[in-house]
Write a protein that binds this ligand. Sequence first.
Ligand code: ADP
Ligand code: ASP
Ligand code: MG
Length: 437
Amino acid sequence: MKVMKFGGTSVGSAERMKNVTKLISDGQRNFVVLSAMSGTTNSLIEISDYYAKGNKYGANSIINTLRTKYLKTVDDLFASEAKRKEIIEKLNGVFSELMSFSAENFSAEDAKVIVSKGEIMSTNMMALYLKEQGVKVTLLSALQFMRLNKDLQPDMAYIETHLNPLIEAHPDTQIFITQGFICTNADGLTDNLQRGGSDYTASLIGVAIHAEEIQIWTDIDGMHNNDPRFVKDTQPVPQLSFDEAAELAYFGAKILHPTCVLPAKFAGIPVKLLNTMDPQAKGTIINNHGCDGGIKAIAAKDDITAIKIVSSRMLLATGFLRKVFEIFETYGTSIDMITTSEVGVSMTIDNTTKLQEITEQLRKYGTVHIDRDMCIICVVGDLRMQNCGYESLITNALRNVPIRMISYGGSEHNISFLVHKEDKQTALQALSAQIFK
Ligand code: ADP
Ligand code: ASP
Ligand code: MG
């Protein structure tokens, strides 16, 4: 079986859902993972924010807008009156539940239940539409098998032992459908895999069912060699190694959720990035096949904070870095980039919730400088030492951009630069102009 995941835009209207039906009906047994219709998760978050602020009226007004949108989609999607009635009943159940929360005692658990409803609605609509089309389809609730452990990591053993029997129980099913993004936690309560997490669902399912391939269908023809939102004339990259794809996803290439690559890598399952608007386009294949030499793509990660600690005591002091890292560990904050000199060390973080506490602790060891609103520019490819010349090509492209940090040598396929947020677009464009001309 292969896993086919469709993102928000790919199921964003009745027309797009009909298009998905064509793509999944390829005569093979497929496991389909769907996101919520585009915009829905944002609306659900707005609803829960209104409840959290005690504003039930605000929540109800967004729910009503959402209901109108869904009823219109149902009208456009279904041909038979009976199926329309059936899905409207189901959706009305969801909207009534959304209306039923209390603005006085609204909890974090309630918020997670609300945000789960987008995927529940899209999968119910698709499954019923497939039934109307005569497809042998089974809708599986992700809440029955997708589970996090106490450390909020996927509980792979639970997922495998709960998902495979569900599949075995339906030998005649042609298409299985389930929700991306949503799961339960170790206490069995509704939770999720973070924004954009449907990609992660797809790769966890791929591993659990030993899929031959994981396909991520989206609105662009694969991983482009630079961020198409900031650079013109970017091109799709035909092949990436798992490590290259992981670096790009982690450093801002939105097409792929960063967590999605590792499970597929360890299970050796190829991941394809494909375009629902242009299914014939080759897209990108991510696999273990090596590909020699050259820069493949550039990505950028926003909202980075740089922390520099300068200490005369660092000179020749063993254990200094350990003490610094322990502070970050204590406050559960991971470091992305790091550069050192004999008297100081610079690090970057993207989660600043504990910045104040971290800064106070670091001050025990030296003078601390903070730079906010920074951006990591990450150049990815086969940058092994024998392929010399790529570093100078890259730094030359960035000769007019002020650079705060450079990191090279942490792996053989990444060179990263820290620049100010306002220089991001110039940096991305300059790199594309120099490297992919
Ligand atoms: P989905 O809703 O299908 O999960 P996303 O919006 O999460 O889709 O990801 C697709 C988007 O990622 C594209 O529309 C594109 O704007 C953006 N993107 C950012 N960087 C890249 C890149 N390097 N290659 C392709 N797409 C990228
Ligand atoms: N619907 C969720 C989101 O918008 C998950 C996803 O689309 O992957 O973040
Ligand atoms: Mg996505």
